[in-house]
Design a protein around this ligand. Structure first.
Ligand code: T5A
Length: 224
């Protein structure tokens, strides 16, 4: 039975993950591959309901542990209902954020110990580790500017929307700096799985860089 490939995109706020996920899907589909695009938190009906809770900026403060448990609850369902069935059918799964985000956000930046995250990961993700993780690295200040600019464009009301970031976007600069370090540490510790990509370039140049890494590491051939 054909087994598909599992590609994740990671990085800080506004680094360009969603943009690159779309561009990569276009390239893979152009060579005949069956691609599933998904995201975290979310990616399944239950996961999307939890996403609304997790990103709600009005949610009362809660610990990094309770947050991580919710992310892993969403992830368990996402894996079970979306990712594993797609891979089993030979489809290529592109996921906008996955478990490295928990390690960076709730671990490095949120101070949850890595042993707890490792335990959750072994239970929930187990063998379904990504074949390739594309870490888009960008100065957090630039990423936040891009994310704010996009929010303004979406609603066409700059003052109104720029003042309503989600739970994570609204955090202090030190949090976003810690995140960046967290992602770069993960990449350094997992060089066989991860590739760091410079997010400062224009989207087309980044997409070319992504494509050359995907071709090199996963050899996507023509498979109709
Ligand atoms: N989270 C998630 C955790 O805390 N723990 C976890 O375990 C998980 C899974 C998810 C939040 O949840 C947290 C992390 C997040 O805070 P989200 O809405 O999915 O929330 O947030 P992000 O993943 O950060 O999504 P963003 O849309 O903010 O960022 P992207 O996807 O990195 O950026 P993208 O592609 O949407 O681009 C942002 C803007 O920049 C432009 C785009 O057109 C867009 O307007 N852009 C560029 N501009 C200039 N040059 C480029 N190269 C550009 N590329 C894109």
């Amino acid at each position: 039975m054909a087994i598909g490939k599992f590609i994740t995109l990671e990085g800080g706020e506004g680094a360009g993950k969603s943009t690159q996920a779309e561009l990569l899907a276009v390239r893979l589909r152009a060579i005949g591959l069956d691609v599933v695009m998904t995201r975290e938190p979310g990616g399944s009906p239950f996961g999307e309901r939890l996403r609304a809770v997790l990103l709600d900026a009005t949610m009362p403060e809660h610990s990094a542990l309770s947050e991580a448990l919710l992310f892993y609850a969403a992830r368990a369902d996402h894996l079970e209902t979306t990712i594993r069935p797609a891979l089993a059918k030979g489809r290529w799964v592109i996921c906008d954020r996955f478990a490295d985000s928990t390690r960076a956000y709730q671990g490095t930046a949120g101070a949850l110990d890595f042993k707890t995250i490792d335990t959750l990961d072994a239970l929930v993700v187990a063998q379904t580790q990504p074949d390739l993780t594309l870490m888009i690295d960008l100065d957090p200040e630039v990423g936040m500017q891009r994310a704010n600019a996009r929010r303004c464009l979406q609603t066409n009301d700059a003052e109104e929307t720029a003042s309503h970031p989600d739970r994570f976007e609204g955090r202090a600069a030190a949090f976003h700096e810690a995140l960046r370090r967290g992602f770069l540490d993960i990449a350094a510790n997992n060089p066989e799985r991860c590739a760091v990509i410079d997010g400062n370039n224009d989207a087309e140049t980044i997409s070319d860089n992504v494509w050359s890494i995907v071709k090199d590491r996963l050899q996507p051939g023509e498979r109709k």
